[in-house]
Ligand binder design. Sequence first.
Ligand SMILES: [Zn+2]
Length: 52
Amino acid sequence: MHSRPPHETTLVSSHPTSDGLVSYLRCECGAWEVRTSTMVVSTSPRPSAASR
Ligand SMILES: [Zn+2]
């Protein structure tokens, strides 16, 4: 079994909130990652939307 390498994300912006710092990161493949002090949420790039 291969384990995929993580997305190579670049920090786009970060905002301090009442729950702590929330950071938005984006990968070259179009995926987004949102990191908070308590969790990390990854979104996959949409298959057919906004292809440039
Ligand atoms: Zn990626």
